[in-house]
Design a protein around this ligand. Structure first.
Ligand code: GLU
Length: 276
């Protein structure tokens, strides 16, 4: 059976050893391998990183199908998905700033924590429709949030499967009313990744353990949008000799600097413990 996998980096920095492992892992799981550039965050993404990422992947010996999908070129697809959700009254505009949210949480004295940060305390969910329309009419910047309770109520109990962890019951409620369109760009990570994996026919989503919980939300969005659920394979996160996760700020661990220091692709594969 065809197994379609993808590596989906954000061009906000150079690839490091953790990314090399993730890309090798994705490629090894698939019979077809795709690369997707996740560049909706225009404030943080840079074209030079986009180019350098593809150059590093080719240097590492990976080959992927073309064309490479760049999220910034597909905002219409995300708008279509948002419209479908809005038509079912599953979204609401949120005008809050980070400060507003923090103030509300401080006043309440408590906020449950989600994998994306504190759960949104629901300020804009409770606006009257007159107030909401008035703010929209003034062109106030706003995000779009999912009505999580309603979304869960209209879907049956959902499950998804991870190759390591086995069958999971979806628990999207831990995220609260997630943002699906950001104030600064009309999509969010959760929305874009779900739409893209569907449109690209990805059958196995591979990515690091740090995004394990995100799959709860993605499974819910798949159900709401009528998509088939892919299989999941969340891999371990590589750490350095001190046990710290590799991060973009560790310049010495980027493939660019390892290449400049004379290391070969085989050296890098060995450094990340890649036997295949
Ligand atoms: N773009 C995400 C990242 O760089 C990965 C997205 C995914 O694999 O779902 O962390």
């Amino acid at each position: 059976m065809e197994r379609v996998t993808r590596f989906a980096p954000s061009p906000t920095g150079h690839l490091h050893l953790g990314h090399a492992y993730s890309a090798l892992f994705a490629e090894a799981q698939g019979t077809r391998f795709l690369v997707r550039i996740e560049d909706i965050d225009t404030a943080r993404c840079r074209p030079e990183f986009d180019e350098a990422i593809l150059d590093d992947l080719a240097w590492l010996g990976l080959a992927w199908e073309t064309p490479v999908r760049r999220q910034s070129a597909h905002m219409d697809d995300y708008a279509g998905a948002l419209n479908a959700l809005a038509a079912r009254d599953l979204l609401y505009p949120c005008f809050c700033t980070r400060k507003d949210i923090q103030a509300e949480i401080t006043a309440a004295g408590y906020a449950p924590h989600s994998p994306d940060g504190p759960v949104y305390p629901g300020i804009c969910r409770n606006l009257s429709s007159a107030e909401r329309n008035e703010r929209l009419a003034t062109g106030a910047p706003h995000a779009l949030r999912l009505k999580m309770d309603k979304a869960i109520a209209v879907t049956a109990t959902l499950t998804w499967h991870d190759a390591e962890a086995g069958l999971q019951q979806a628990r999207p409620e831990i995220f609260g009313d997630v943002v699906l369109a950001r104030k600064d760009t009309p999509a969010s990570y959760h929305l874009a990744v779900t739409v893209d994996d569907h449109l690209q026919g990805v059958t196995i989503v591979t990515r690091g353990q740090d995004l394990f919980e995100a799959s709860h939300v993605h499974r819910l969005l798949q159900a709401l949008l009528g998509y088939e659920a892919p299989a999941y394979n969340h891999h371990k996160l590589l750490t350095d000799a001190q046990g710290k996760r590799f991060a973009k700020r560790d310049k010495a661990q980027t493939l660019q600097s390892l290449r400049a220091a004379g290391h070969t692709p085989a050296d890098v594969r060995a450094m990340v413990g890649w036997e295949a």
